[in-house]
Write a protein that binds this ligand. Structure first.
Ligand code: IPD
Ligand code: CA
Ligand code: CA
Ligand code: CA
Length: 280
C-alpha cells in the first residue's frame, strides 16, 4: 500500500497527539520523587515513568494503526528485537534524557519517528518542561510549536561553531579515551571550536541544531531511538546527518554527526579520528 501525503499527515498528527499525552505524564512526574533502577551500566538509569510512557505510546499506535511495527528503548531493554523492516515502524524513545529527568534538569523529551521502507518520514520530539514541540514530515519542512525552523549555515569552519556532544552512559576506559581525544582535538588549535555543550538528550541536541541554536552535534554510542526523529527534523530544517566517516547516516550504526551545513559536518567527520567502539 502506498503512503501518500494524507497518510503522512495523519501519522504526524497522531505522533503529536500522543507526544502531548506522554508529555503530560513526564511533566507531572518531573519534580516528584522517583524510583530509580539501572540497566547495563551503573550510569544507565531507568524509571517507572520511562516504562509507563513507552507503554502508552505503543498502545496508542497499536490501536490507531494495527499493522505497524515498533522499536522502543524500554521494549528492547525488556528483550524485544531491535529489527527495522520495510513495514511502517514507529521508533520510540519514551524519555530521552532520563538522567536529566532523574535530576530535575529540565531537558528531557519524548522522541517518536516513523520509518516506512526503512526511510524516516516523520519525526516528533517534545520537551514537556519547556513546552517545545519539534516536528517534521519528509519533504514538508521542520517546525517548533507550529513555526518553521531553519538550521544555521553561519559556521562553515569548526572555529566558527558551537558544538554539542555527549559522554554517554558506558564508561569503558578505552572508549572514554577515544571520546576525550576527539574532544581535545576539536577545542584546540587548529580547530578551536567556540564551545562544546553536553545537554543530556540526543534528540533535543539534534533539534537545537535544527533550530539554529547550535551548529553541530556528534556522538558515538547512540541508538536508533535516540536519533531517528532528530534526523528527519534536522534534514527538514535544511541540515544534514552523516556517519562518522562522512558516509550516509545509518540509524543502526551507533554513531552520528549532524550539522546545519554540509561543509561543517564533513569537517567534523574528518576531525573525528578516534572512533570509540561500542560494546553494548
Ligand atoms: C541518552 C541521552 C544522552 C546520550 C545517550 C543516550 P536516554 O538517552 O540521549 O544524551 O548521551 O547516548 O542513551 O537513555 O536518556 O534515553
Ligand atoms: Ca535516548
Ligand atoms: Ca530513553
Ligand atoms: Ca536509557
Amino acid at each position: 500500500k502506498l503512503h501518500g501525503k494524507d497518510d503522512l499527515d495523519l501519522y504526524h498528527q497522531e505522533a503529536i497527539n500522543i507526544a502531548k499525552i506522554a508529555g503530560k505524564l513526564v511533566r507531572d512526574a518531573f519534580y516528584a520523587e522517583k524510583n530509580i533502577d539501572t540497566k547495563d551500566h551503573k550510569t544507565d538509569l531507568v524509571t517507572e515513568t520511562d516504562q509507563e510512557t513507552e507503554r502508552i505510546i505503543k498502545n496508542h499506535f497499536k490501536e490507531k494503526f494495527p499493522p505497524h511495527s515498533f522499536i522502543g528503548e524500554e521494549s528492547v531493554a525488556g528483550g524485544e528485537k531491535c529489527n527495522l523492516t520495510d513495514n511502517p515502524t514507529w521508533i520510540i524513545d519514551p524519555i530521552d534524557g532520563t538522567t536529566n529527568f532523574v535530576h530535575k534538569f529540565p531537558f528531557s523529551c519524548i522522541s517518536i519517528a516513523l520509518a516506512i521502507n526503512k526511510e524516516l518520514v516523520v519525526g516528533v520530539v517534545y520537551n514537556p518542561t519547556l513546552d517545545e514541540m519539534f516536528s517534521a514530515i519528509a519533504g514538508c519542512g521542520a517546525k517548533c510549536n507550529g513555526k518553521p525552523i531553519k538550521a544555521s549555515k553561519n559556521a562553515t569552519e569548526i572555529s566558527q561553531a558551537l558544538l554539542i556532544t555527549e559522554i554517554g552512559a558506558s564508561r569503558e576506559q578505552d572508549r572514554i579515551n577515544g571520546i576525550m581525544d576527539n574532544l581535545q582535538k576539536l577545542v584546540l588549535e587548529p580547530y578551536l571550536a567556540r564551545g562544546v555543550r553536553a545537554l543530556g538528550s540526543a534528540a533535543l541536541n539534534m533539534c537545537f541544531v535544527a533550530a539554529g541554536r547550535a551548529d553541530a552535534y556528534y556522538e558515538f554510542g547512540i541508538h536508533c531511538w535516540d536519533v531517528a526523529a532528530g534526523i528527519v527534523i534536522v534534514k527538514e530544517a535544511g541540515g544534514i546527518s552523516l556517519g562518522a566517516a562522512g558516509d550516509p547516516v545509518d540509524i543502526m550504526a551507533r554513531e552520528i554527526v549532524c550539522a546545519g551545513s554540509e561543509v561543517l559536518c564533513k569537517k567534523i567527520c574528518s576531525a573525528l579520528t578516534s572512533i570509540p567502539h561500542v560494546r553494548d
